[in-house]
Ligand binder design. Structure first.
Ligand code: ZN
Ligand code: FE
Ligand code: FE
Ligand code: ZN
Length: 272
């Protein structure tokens, strides 16, 4: 997996990850990754989900922590990113705040539907009392709005609601995803292949092979993310992720710097 980049890494500042930032970098060095991008959960604003993210006062600590790893030494190069939630009414804050931070990468994710943290194990039981198809539809409507906002570089874990195994019918899913992918393509957005699902009850990469091939048809570029919440997660499942990308027909993935993407060839089979 040498030369690949892991673009989805958290830090202890989010209150639910372990390990120092330097340990994540060391893990990437051991794997021969060319780049890593820290994308910790965006600081809480306006009282949004303070339990799973750093308070705004801690943001300078985050920035300094990442900058201290940008030493110009041997790979991996360390990028400065953020996993920014899309939620109802977030645009005003994000439009003003994001451009001032000097991020390399802004990953857009939906983690809440009507205030319900649908991927939080502690709130999993709610799935048993909702209409699964309606829930997925609401989720993708949020992804449409995320794309339309033009505030993000890529969508994180596109089919995250499958985490615990609750799914709509395949035909319904395709119908929901089409407009989301169309809007992502129109906005010039990328999408991550996120391997965290391999470590969750669903046991699958986000997104599924079918959704990935729908993205390829629209020319949506991909990147790779482990969604690491511990140093040992860095780069995990990347061999499977590369195979998935190749089998789908992707030949390139994107690297990003200062929010400008450029395409580079996928490593060859056998991890060349
Ligand atoms: Zn997290
Ligand atoms: Fe996420
Ligand atoms: Fe994440
Ligand atoms: Zn994530």
């Amino acid at each position: 997996m040498s030369r690949l980049s892991d673009y989805h890494i958290h830090t202890t500042l989010c209150k639910h990850a372990t390990g120092e930032a330097g340990e994540y970098k060391d893990a990437a060095t051991g794997l021969g990754l060319s780049e890593i991008c820290f994308t910790d959960h965006i600081p809480s604003s306006g009282g949004y989900d303070p339990e799973h993210r750093m308070p705004m006062e801690a943001f300078p600590v985050y920035r300094d922590m990442i900058q201290s790893l940008q030493d110009g030494g041997p790979p991996p190069r360390v990028l400065f990113g953020i996993e920014a939630d899309y939620y109802e009414g977030c645009e005003e804050f994000l439009r003003e705040w994001l451009p001032r931070q000097g991020f390399d990468f802004v990953l857009g994710s939906v983690h809440f539907i009507d205030g319900w943290g649908f991927d939080n194990p502690e709130e999993r039981h709610v799935w048993d009392s909702v209409d699964v198809t309606v829930t997925w539809r609401k989720y993708f409507e949020a992804v449409w709005r995320l794309a339309d906002s033009g505030l993000f570089d890529a969508v994180g874990h596109l089919d995250l609601p499958k985490k615990f195994g609750y799914r709509p019918k395949a035909g319904d899913l395709r119908e929901m995803v089409r407009p989301a992918l169309d809007r992502m393509a129109d906005a010039g957005m990328g999408m991550e292949i996120n391997t965290a699902g391999l470590r969750k009850p669903v046991g699958e990469i986000y997104p599924s092979p079918e959704l990935l091939s729908m993205a390829l048809k629209r020319g949506i570029p991909i990147c790779f993310g482990s969604d690491a919440h511990s140093p040992s997660d860095v780069g995990s499942g990347f061999d499977l992720a590369i195979s998935l990308a190749r089998e789908t027909g992707y030949t390139h993935y994107f690297k990003i710097r200062q929010r400008k993407k450029r395409l580079v060839p996928l490593p060859g089979r056998g991890g060349a």
